[in-house]
Design a protein around this ligand. Sequence first.
Ligand code: ADP
Ligand code: MG
Length: 688
Amino acid sequence: MLDQPIVNLKGVGPALAAKLARINLHTVQDLLFHLPIRYEDRTRLTPISQLRVGVPSQIQGNVIDARLEPGKKRSLLVKLRDQEGEVGLRYYYYTAQLKSRFTPGRKIKAYGEPRLGRSGLEIYHPETELLDVTKPIEMETEYSPIYPVTEGVQQKRMRELCQQALQLMKRTPAHDWLPPGVLGELRLPELNEALTAIHHPPLDANLQALAEGRAPGQQRLAVEEMIAHHLSLLKLRHKLQQSKAAVLNQGREAVFNFIEGLPFALTKAQQRVIEEIRRDIETPVPMLRLVQGDVGSGKTVVACCAALHAVASGYQAALMAPTEILAEQHYRNLQQWLAFMDIRVQWLGGKMKTRERKQIQDEIRQGDAQVIIGTHALFQESVEFDRLGLVIIDEQHRFGVHQRLALRSKGERSGQVPHQLIMTATPIPRTLAMSAYADLDTSVIDELPPGRTPVTTAAIPDTRRVEVINRVEDIIRQNRQVYWVCTLIEESEVLQCQAAEATATELQEALPGVRVGLVHGRLKSPEKEQIMGAFKRGELDLLVATTVIEVGVDVANATLMVIENPERLGLAQLHQLRGRVGRGAQESFCLLLYHPPLSETAKARLQVLRESNDGFIIAEKDLEIRGPGEVLGTRQTGLIQFRIADLQRDQNWLPIVKRIAQRLSNDHLAAEGLIARWLGQCAEYGQV
Ligand code: ADP
Ligand code: MG
């Protein structure tokens, strides 16, 4: 019954069905799960004198005046009065017909959100209805759900369709995949009850809770959605574990020698994580491990040990980084570390000449290249590996899930999937890691190498730019080096580079004796490398850069970083940028040169950065302030979006969700039912 197409409903023709299909509404069940985004209370009238700014309300009153008001944009202002108060209704878009409705003396019902306007309390573009003075005012008898709609489908129509679906559900209930035992444990309503309460909230429902998505019916669906999500991850994981991976159980001696040869001792945390990885990859079950470690915690060494095991066991290892600069740095490090062991490390850049690329691809295919480092160029179809045993992905959050899987499939030629190691410097808050990355095991490098001095951070308005430039000069006079980072709100690389160029010119003029360098994303790799190299060797004092330097560079003598317009960047990104200084023993500084006025949120965020140097704390705070979607950059990463659940609001459910999903995963029908209901065609989203 609920599976039937929407066209079967009363009043729905093919044209309407097509419009609904645009927002993925195909069946009656889809309508049931098409949930209101908010609710309006039109069950009662609010006396005009009791209107409050920001609280949407329904009022009635007599028109006392309607006139056009001049201004930047002309508007129609209608004055409405009831027994005790007066309010303005303001329209910036109006027709003569609309104006003619508001003849003085007429009685009108209006709904909208009051705010403080030019004439005092005003409602912009309220919905209005002319009242017949001879009849009692008609009122809604229940809260009005407001649904997401699409062009050509009116709110009223959508509401009516959802009510029809609800009627059908009364006759043939929707199947509740959560067993009664589970529901009892959760103390949440049964599915049909929940859906009814959501589409049709009773008058005694808590409007506040409904608005926040905390009403029991909404919570029940949120929990179900999280369970479905978790089940799909378990399924992906299960599928992965049924495939075979290479047994990388050789190379203990090589790793030992490598570590002995390093100019420093590994931290306990590094040793622990190296061991965790080793235990994973020496079995034929594919590893899927996320290594989280703050900027500078020494993840590269850990990756190198894993690669050594792969090579010693007769396999290739691929290391992929998000930018050319970072990939190049990895290449240089690993080459230097591994060369004396006679391991062939190869680099596959994105901008190589065809001939060179072809030759390297041959080496990769024939297995001559043992450790291959590159950017997403490694994903390309033309790249074939001989025996790919291990894939290491640095800075996971910049890659999509699909890219991750693309590289994994590279090993399938040999009938084996490679082990996967994912490294991120953006600590993912526990709560998020549990859900968004439920398919991964996690290791944490929760210790920095000794001898690092924390960076002192200050936020300074750009009205004090001159002072900041003087500070730069001071530092350089002490023979230290400085980064000056330019950010731009537009997603345009060109504009960002131009801004950086202008800044470099400005700074050069202000600081004549100073050697200024400039790097941005539009420079060719050799140029970039040359400038970075000069900065590294101390031949440049001041490096003006776009955010391309976020990852990669390691210059211990740089002790000041100025970040322009830090309010434009995410906290995690700022933390990463700041990680470029404080690499040596000297005290380092980070100046956040912001453009006032700052919003409250922006202030709170910069405050977090000033108070903490701990990536995990920063990530947790970022989550509190911004919410999970933005923190994970869901859109970019291809991670799933929840429809109802909100990881922050609903995080207390996560441990229970995990437990129930675990239990339900043995119930094939229920698991599939839930996945189909909530993830639909994205059920295999990992493969999208
Ligand atoms: P990240 O975790 O940010 O990728 P890197 O691997 O780039 O950090 O390491 C940062 C710097 O610290 C490198 O110069 C690296 O050689 C050095 N390093 C790594 N581990 C240690 C350690 N245990 N003691 C001292 N320095 C270390
Ligand atoms: Mg790194």
